[in-house]
Design a protein around this ligand. Structure first.
Ligand code: ZN
Length: 436
């Protein structure tokens, strides 16, 4: 057992990417670095776009959502992969400091999204996000990552919780992190990190993150554990696949949106005009008439990629009776009769066949019929840009825990499946009939 167990290159890259992405702003910055390193050209939303066939571009909104696209030789529809950049956490409020009896300083925070609260206790945490600082002519945002063990949310001792067995955790009471002693100065910390004077920090979006690094574990290194697997695992896979892909007939788009965890309804979320604004601008820059654009919509397709639930070893009864997903089992296709997931028999068949040809295993997920389950971004995005879509994901355990668990093999499966999807030229020949 002393022999070193091999970890795939994809896993190593993924864990490095997540480690370097403690906030949605950092995730998007790191995606932009991957794109730029591969020769993709950055476009700003407030400049005129001149696009050339065969070239790849990307644009961002709010620094927390990014759309990358490659311009085809001939326009025959678009093939999109979407994922999200945000994860549940706590955001620091303005008026950040609370002094406790002259001895402690703690941080005043509020929840962002639906985290498993109990997982945030007793582990080193720090802060990452952005601060907005005063400049001579206006303001500017500065990305911040306080790269050290900075604070902790201490549990209440077991001796003091007697009689509190059904104690419900309250984010305003139980979950405020201890920052330091009486002299701790939060605003000075932010100013120092932003490299400006304290009075020049005007506002900030700072989020807590666990200091735990991603690890590979298990008897044969079968598993990985890391913060933010949901959904940075899919965001990373989408970017890798986009950079691997080549398709001269299709506009390929990799869309990583912020704010999925809070319902997507923001100027940069999946429920915004970011994607439609961008594709309209691409059509206009390429002189594609609207009628032609609409004619190609049936030949367009989207993968909505967000992590999925695997069967839990201690709670096997929590999953559907006949549709079972396991770690290292490949890609999950998600169905919901109420259309929380966009998958229908046609979109599942098209994507399933692409996976089969690429030798990527596929599993099916349904919620138990007596359980509500979560939502994601596919159906929301379809309200703005309607096209045939399948909801997929990487199987994981402990979704929305501070540290989540997944299979070691599944990221590589996802990259392979998404690459095969981008490379396929999907065409609708009649209602319900496709070639690819
Ligand atoms: Zn998610």
């Amino acid at each position: 057992m002393t022999e070193m167990l091999k970890t795939s290159e994809t896993t190593e890259k993924l864990l490095k990417f997540i480690d370097a992405s403690p906030s949605c702003f950092h995730a998007v910055k790191n995606i932009c670095v991957m794109l730029e390193d591969a020769g993709c050209i950055r476009l700003l939303e407030n400049e005129t776009w001149t696009l050339e066939k065969g070239k790849r571009y990307f644009t961002t909104r709010n620094g927390s959502s990014v759309l990358a696209f490659s311009v085809p030789e001939n326009y025959n529809g678009m093939q999109i992969v979407s994922a999200h950049s945000d994860s549940p956490t706590f955001r620091v409020k303005s008026g950040a400091e609370i002094t406790v009896e002259g001895h402690y300083k703690k941080l005043n925070t509020e929840g962002y999204g639906g985290m498993i609260l109990s997982t945030w206790f007793d582990r080193p945490l720090s802060l990452a996000g952005r601060a907005v600082v005063r400049t001579e002519s206006g303001v500017k945002s500065v990305l911040l990552n306080i790269d050290r063990d900075l604070c902790i949310i201490p549990s209440l001792a077991i001796h003091m919780t007697r009689g509190m067995a059904d104690h419900k955790l309250n984010p305003q009471v139980d979950l405020l992190p201890l920052l330091g002693g009486e002299n701790a100065d939060y605003n000075a910390l932010i100013a120092e990190e932003a490299d400006v004077k304290k009075e020049d920090v005007i506002s900030s979006d700072m989020f807590l993150y666990p200091r735990q690094h991603g690890v590979v574990f298990g008897m044969e290194n079968e598993f990985i554990a890391s913060p933010r697997l949901d959904d940075l695992q899919c965001a990373f896979s989408a970017t890798e696949a986009f950079l691997n892909a080549e398709n001269k007939e299709k506009l390929l788009i990799s869309a990583v949106f912020d704010n999925e965890e809070v319902g997507s309804l923001t100027k940069q979320g999946a429920d915004s005009t970011f994607l439609t604004d961008t594709v309209r601008r691409i059509a206009s820059a390429l002189n594609i008439p609207e009628a032609e654009w609409l004619r190609k919509m049936p030949d367009s397709f989207m993968l909505s990629a967000d992590n999925a639930h695997a069967v839990h070893p201690n709670y096997t009864e929590k999953c559907d009776q006949t549709n079972r997903c396991y770690l290292n089992g490949g890609i999950v296709i998600k169905y919901s009769a109420n259309q929380k997931y966009t998958t229908d028999s046609v979109s599942a068949a098209v994507f399933g066949e692409i996976c089969r040809k690429a030798e990527v295993p596929v599993m099916i997920f349904y919620n138990r019929s007596d359980m509500a389950g979560g939502s994601t971004l596919g159906n929301i995005s379809n309200g703005h840009l309607s096209l045939n879509t399948v909801d997929i994901g990487i199987p994981q355990l402990a979704m929305h825990s501070c540290v989540e668990t997944a299979g070691e093999k599944d990221t590589a499966y996802m990259v392979k499946a998404m690459t095969a999807f981008y490379n396929a030229d999907i065409r609708q020949t009649a209602d319900g009939m496709y070639t690819f």
